[in-house]
Design a protein. Structure first.
Lengths: 373, 391
């Protein structure tokens, strides 16, 4: 059984993430040695005031989400009911650890009540809801390295049901010393994960609406029930699955009424002839039924490998026309790094078909596909 | 979103009342309940707190995992789930502490084994709340989507409503919903730091109430779409529910009762149920001043002069935090199956600000709609309706 989000794409109205040194939407090499980063200046800048009693997790959740929401015109939000779906693998660990250390150090005598209140995992979602003026569906979802994929899958259902108009979906995890402990919490085994620095981050997406002003679409989220192994999941099998997703995307472009969400129609389609639209015009050069149609028209295929995909035969992927976006060197490894990778790709790549792939530690493959405008 | 076609296939619960929902229900009905005792588990650093512990030999980590196993096995057995049915189920877990008990147990063992030495720093090896679902999925071969909600005291009640929503959306056919909350230093000390404990007993809705008491529990409730072959065998349907998050206060649901009124009203609407149809209310009833005031006033606003019997279970099993949703549902269903709405324990005097007394006698459990309410940190609130079918 595979849990799918299919034929019901999610328009991405905006995306935002915290890049290296916690600079919103900035690209650059990630430096593990600078962990944990201090978010206080960023909080002051983005929230307009300090969050003195909040820990780093709460601050990163709020700042990452605001990096996304600040890009959304006010009229897009007016009168809309918005749900929050916060994904986190490790939760509010930077509040829990000092609290429990105090408990054991003093035999339970002097822990801070404020620290305890903030250590509850959904405290971060509360502060975010408060900052954005959101009430209603606010969920904190945690499923290790597939937390973000699960939250995205869940949000799609609430959007489709009409329970909410828009979904603010994001992933956040924070580094807590030591490096060895953090590696253990992430269940990172040498040789069974990609070579990348340890990381932390907060990346968010505002999804939904009728697609009038979007930067792309989330096309599918597939979390497989079939168990694989990080060492044994054949790179070729993964490539075939990605090619299949691309094929489905192409078919939906060709036959938009065949179950595809109408939001996709705002993307140029193969059979459409609109001479005034230069982009579409260029796509119709030559034989538009040939295999290389999308490549000819500069829609590139990009694969974003999650941190458990250790052994990919990158040469064969490139031979099949896939670019490899090794985003982990830009945000480091964290449970919800996939959100950072996807947000960065949606913001930085145009006319691209994106697939993010990862495995859970128990071997569930998960694929997310998206397309950028 | 209406959830009218979902039935409850099975349930199980391990609480201070016993290793099974039926055993717990029998003790509730018989009045064989005891106030919270001084917690004695080996991993607790402070023995001054009273709580509701599950009786068990063995170390606290082993006990916690046995509790988890027993509650799930009870639910599977009651529902008669086959191995393929288990495998294809989705798994939704509600927990706040996850398997943090492992860290606490390892730390205290390390100290015990090295007397006279300086205590080592506590090491956090757990992989976050989602680790519980991973353990369950591996143990039982569950291949459906796992998803964990870590949302304070509404963790598993939210998980139940989300499960019902996913079934109504036709995205899953069956959900195994688990609540898991072992007794932790983290939570005992945390609520103590907030001065939220009643040092004597838990007294929900009572004018003499002084706070809550913690309990440990594991529990499981299985929801399934109603066109399955097993539909209706348990005699209970999940009629509908509503989850809501306010953003006014991190720690209070608002003592004017407005938020509670709104959430309960919305849940009734989604369940297609009029207030007058509610046979009884399984209230959250923590025994804290603010919570009981919020809930009491909210319920009074919804039901006005026709308030049905209101029962809190927390004087008998404690506040089981993230597990409260599935635990209290499982115990309640076993009581209803035995034909009884249990009385509410720990009450002595009506609070004039609330204006009603919780139910003080066991009542016959008629067929009809029963309301369940839960509130938690972060402005969270869940309400849902379960219907007992006429036999």
């Amino acid at each position: 059984m595979t849990e799918k989000l299919k034929h019901s794409s999610l328009p991405v109205i905006a995306a935002g993430y915290l890049g290296p040194a916690l600079v919103p939407n900035a690209d650059g090499a990630w430096e593990e040695a600078k962990l944990p980063a201090n978010p206080d200046d960023l909080v002051q800048k983005m929230m307009g005031q300090p969050m003195r009693r909040a820990g780093r997790f709460i601050k990163l959740v709020c700042c990452g989400a605001l990096a996304c929401m600040s890009r959304v015109p006010e009229e897009t939000l007016r009168g809309r009911s918005i749900g929050i779906f916060l994904a986190t693998g490790l939760g509010n660990i930077d509040e829990i650890l000092p609290f429990i250390t105090q408990v054991f150090k003093h035999d339970g005598g002097f822990p801070s009540p404020n620290q305890f209140a903030n250590s509850v995992s959904n405290a971060a979602a509360f502060f975010l809801a408060k900052a954005c003026g959101i009430k209603g569906v606010v969920l904190t979802v945690s499923q290790e390295e597939l937390s973000f994929e699960s939250a995205l899958w869940l949000a799609q259902g609430y959007l489709a049901s009409g329970e909410i108009d828009l979904a603010l979906v994001g992933g956040c995890d924070v580094f807590t010393p030591s490096v060895e402990d953090y590696r253990e919490r992430l269940n990172l085994v040498p040789g069974r994960c990609r070579r990348a620095p340890l990381g932390e981050g907060s990346a968010w997406f505002l999804l939904g609406g009728d697609g009038e002003a979007k930067i792309g679409d989330i096309l599918s989220v597939e979390i497989s029930s079939g168990l694989a192994d990080a060492e044994s999941l054949p790179s070729d099998d993964l490539l075939k699955q990605c090619e299949k997703l691309f094929e489905e995307f192409r078919n939906n472009m060709e036959s938009p009424d065949n179950g595809a969400n109408s939001a996709l129609l705002s993307f140029p389609r193969k059979r459409e002839s609109r001479p005034s639209d230069g982009l579409v015009d260029s796509r119709l050069r030559g034989n538009d039924r040939e295999e290389g149609f999308f490549e000819d028209d500069k829609i590139s295929k990009v694969f974003l490998p999650g941190f458990r995909l250790a052994n990919l035969d990158e040469a064969s992927w490139k031979k099949s026309g896939w670019d490899m976006d090794d985003y982990l060197i830009r945000c480091g490894i964290s449970s919800t790094a996939s959100a950072c990778g996807l947000a960065r790709a949606l913001l930085s790549r145009q006319s691209s078909f994106l697939v993010h792939g990862n495995l859970s530690s128990s071997g569930r493959p998960a694929l997310m596909s998206a397309v950028t405008k | 979103m209406r959830n009218g076609n979902i039935h409850i296939r099975g349930w199980g619960a391990v609480t201070a009342l016993g290793w099974g929902a039926d055993q717990g229900a029998r003790r509730l009905i018989a009045g064989d309940v005891h106030p919270a005792g001084v917690c004695g588990s080996a991993h607790l650093v402070n023995r001054e707190f009273k709580g509701f512990e599950v009786a068990c030999d063995g170390n606290p980590l082993e006990k916690a995992m046995k509790m988890l196993d027993a509650s799930i096995a009870e639910a599977f057995e009651r529902g008669g789930l086959s191995a393929p049915e288990i495998a294809e189920s989705a798994l939704l877990v509600g927990t706040t502490g996850g398997i943090f008990i492992r860290n606490e147990h390892e730390f205290t063992e390390s100290v015990r084994r090295n007397p006279g030495k300086e205590s080592p720093p506590i090491v956090c090896r757990n992989r976050g709340p989602g680790e519980v679902a991973d353990v369950i999925a591996r143990r039982y071969g569950i291949r459906g989507l796992p998803m964990t909600f870590s949302m304070a005291c509404v963790s598993s009640s939210h998980a139940l409503v989300v499960a019902a929503d996913l079934i109504a959306q036709k995205r899953i056919r069956r959900a195994v919903v688990v609540g898991f909350e072992p007794l932790l230093n983290l939570t005992l000390q945390g609520f103590a730091s907030l001065l939220l404990y009643d040092p004597d007993e838990c007294r929900p809705f009572c004018n003499r109430r002084m706070g809550m008491q913690i309990g440990e529990a594991a529990s499981c409730v299985i929801l399934e779409e109603s066109d399955s072959a097993a539909a209706g065998k348990s005699g209970f349907a999940f009629a509908g529910g509503h989850l809501y998050n306010d953003n006014k206060s991190l720690t209070s649901a608002g003592t004017d009762g407005e938020m509670v009124r709104g959430v309960v009203s919305r849940a009734l609407l989604k369940a297609g149920t009029e207030p007058g149809e509610i046979v009884a209310v399984k209230a959250h009833g923590t025994g804290t001043r603010d919570n009981d005031l919020s809930e009491g006033r909210g319920l009074a606003k919804v039901f006005e002069k026709h308030l049905p019997p209101v029962v809190s279970l927390k004087a008998t099993i404690g506040h089981t935090l993230g597990a409260a949703g599935t635990v209290e549902t499982a115990l309640w269903l076993s009581c209803l199956e035995a034909g009884v709405i249990p009385k509410s324990f720990g009450f002595a005097e009506t609070d004039p600000e609330i204006g009603f007394a919780p139910s003080q006698e066991n009542l016959p459990a008629a067929a009809g709609a029963y309301l369940f309410t839960y509130f938690g940190f972060g402005g969270t609130c869940t309400a849902y309706v379960i219907r007992k079918m006429a036999s």
